[in-house]
Design a protein around this ligand. Structure first.
Ligand code: GLN
Length: 533
């Protein structure tokens, strides 16, 4: 007989943005530390089939998985904290579930029945949850949105129905604000939120309170009394770096309490390595400045995986990083000159992106980094623009461009991939997911990865035009990683520069706190060398 899987639902109340995803993975991390297996599931109550068509300003970064799933950026934190490789099945949206049910209806699978939200949608949700939990001790389900939203109702109803037949624990996250004038933690929003959950028929086993300072005993007593939970099941989730939450929750024995809900056994837990990582973020003895170009640079969520990959790397070096965001249209419009933008930075990142806005400014930044020995890391679009810059300024092909930016260029250094030419629909149609690359012997890429065969995740439609490879190579550009059939350029580097490397892939998506990505470690190391040696 297989394991009897237990289900933990994490719901949120009062308002969005309280850190439900971080709470979910912190609980997951602690259950893993107790030697239990789990499958996480993020539910997004929107009608998009997946996050692939969503604008990063609106919804944050689109995270890409090995299987090519374009998913909510919370899945990035799931993979980072839980050190798991997830699949598109770990992200469920209203769009996916409705499509599944409607496709079944069209096939006649419902045998003439009236197809309804209850029971057909709610059953389909439960089936999905059970399927991903097969052979696992726990399924951790984060219900996106806020209790009280119309959109979340079918998912909460499915959770309630599941709790009738299965072993389920409900953890509800609320905001406990402190009003500056009185300096007192206020519990009323939490009370209302737990009451709304009660209206749906769900009584939380545990109330986690997002607050500025640790929850006082008085606040805990009040929440316990009004929200129908034991005082010890009121948990403080006070402001801290996201990576500290597992440690904060460990001190309050949240995993043990959840395990007790199910009458299972405690296996002890140890987070020493995680603690070392968190200490490395705080105990810093150096500080570097890294410039990052882009359209959405003012928004942390749009480049969250890059910011986190830098955190993972900097902890290893006990190094603080100041990010300097460069709106490259300002360079194009001569609002700032390139020297002012980059002369005080220790490294430059040109991240992925789409469309032409700001690309000329990015190309200027790459040129400045190349000519002034500033450590440079180019990611996806950053890789493509590094080729264009080299073609223009070293190979003297003055009008070199990507056809994404200038479709009429005489020198299309970067061109649409053959397989992409006739695609005009947007969802899940790019070159997506994990693809292998073979690294050149003796290259910087091979040295950094410490191996020859690697795999990275992709999300793009354009590629290096093979007609120009010999011209670029002749002038000193090294394509240090290629697809196994040698047709697709995956990495480039320059021998004459302390650290100039770029990849068609998105390595930031695979960096983990306890396993920082080599390209980011290399960049931080090179930046420290530039500043301190
Ligand atoms: N716009 C470029 C392409 O589609 C790069 C994409 C990216 O940076 N993710 O190829």
């Amino acid at each position: 007989m297989g394991k009897k899987t237990k289900y933990i639902f994490i719901t949120g109340g009062v308002m969005s943005g309280l850190g439900k995803g971080i709470l979910t993975v912190s609980i997951g991390k602690l259950l893993q530390a107790q030697n239990y297996s789990l499958a996480p599931l993020k539910i997004d109550p929107y009608l998009n089939i997946d996050a692939g068509t969503m604008n990063p300003i609106e919804h944050g970064e689109v995270f890409v998985l090995d299987d090519g799933g374009e998913v909510d950026m919370d899945l990035g934190n799931y993979e980072r904290f839980l050190e798991m490789t997830l699949t598109r099945k770990n992200n469920l949206t209203t769009g996916k579930i409705y499509k599944h049910v409607i496709d079944k209806e069209r096939k006649g699978d419902y045998l003439g029945k009236t197809v309804q939200i209850i029971p057909h949608i709610t059953c389909a949700i439960q089936e999905h949850i059970k399927k991903i939990g097969k052979d696992k001790d726990f399924v951790l389900i984060e219900v996106g949105g806020t209790v009280g939203d119309i959109e979340s109702i079918p998912f909460l109803e499915a959770a309630r129905e599941l709790s009738v037949t299965e072993d389920v624990c409900f953890v509800h996250l609320v905001l406990v604000p402190t009003l500056d004038v009185v300096g007192e933690q206020k519990t009323k929003p939490a009370q209302h939120s737990v009451r709304s959950l009660g209206d749906i028929g769900i009584r939380p086993n545990m109330v986690v309170c997002r607050c500025k300072d640790p929850l006082t005993d008085r606040t805990k007593r009040k929440i316990s009394l009004f929200c129908n939970v034991k005082e010890e099941d009121v948990i403080s989730d006070h402001d801290a770096n996201i990576y500290e939450l597992p440690l904060i929750l460990k001190d309050q024995q949240i995993a043990e309490k959840i395990i007790d809900c199910f009458g299972m056994k405690h296996n002890g837990s140890e987070l020493d390595e995680w603690q070392t990582f968190v200490d490395g973020l705080k105990d810093t003895d150096k500080k570097i400045t890294i410039a990052m170009t882009g359209k959405y640079t003012q928004l942390h969520d749009s480049y969250v995986s890059i910011n986190e990959a830098l955190n993972h790397a900097r902890s290893r070096y006990n190094c603080e990083i100041e990010m300097k965001f460069i709106e490259t249209t300002d360079i194009e419009e001569k609002k700032i000159d390139i020297k002012t933008a980059l002369n005080d930075v220790d490294a430059l990142i040109v991240p992925g992106g789409f469309g032409s806005r700001g690309t000329e400014g990015k190309i200027e930044c790459i040129r400045y980094a190349r000519e002034n020995s500033i450590p440079f890391l180019g990611l996806c679009l950053g890789f493509q623009l590094a080729c264009v810059e080299f073609a223009r300024n070293v190979c003297n092909l003055k009008d070199a461009a990507s056809t994404e930016i200038n479709p009429d260029t005489k020198n299309p250094i970067i061109d649409i991939m053959a397989a992409q030419k006739n695609i005009d629909s947007k969802g899940a149609t790019m070159r997506l997911g994990a693809w292998p690359a073979i690294l050149k012997k003796g290259s910087l890429a091979e040295k950094l990865y410490g191996k020859k065969e690697i795999s990275e995740r992709h999300r793009h439609r354009y590629e290096v035009n093979n007609d120009y490879i010999s011209e670029l190579e002749k002038n000193g550009l090294v394509f240090s990683g290629k697809s196994p059939d040698q047709k697709l350029m995956e990495f480039l580097e320059l021998n004459s520069h302390p650290y100039f490397i770029a990849t068609q892939a998105h390595p930031e998506l695979k960096s983990k706190p306890l396993n920082p990505h080599p390209l980011f470690l290399g960049l931080v190391d090179a930046a420290i060398n530039k500043k301190y040696k």
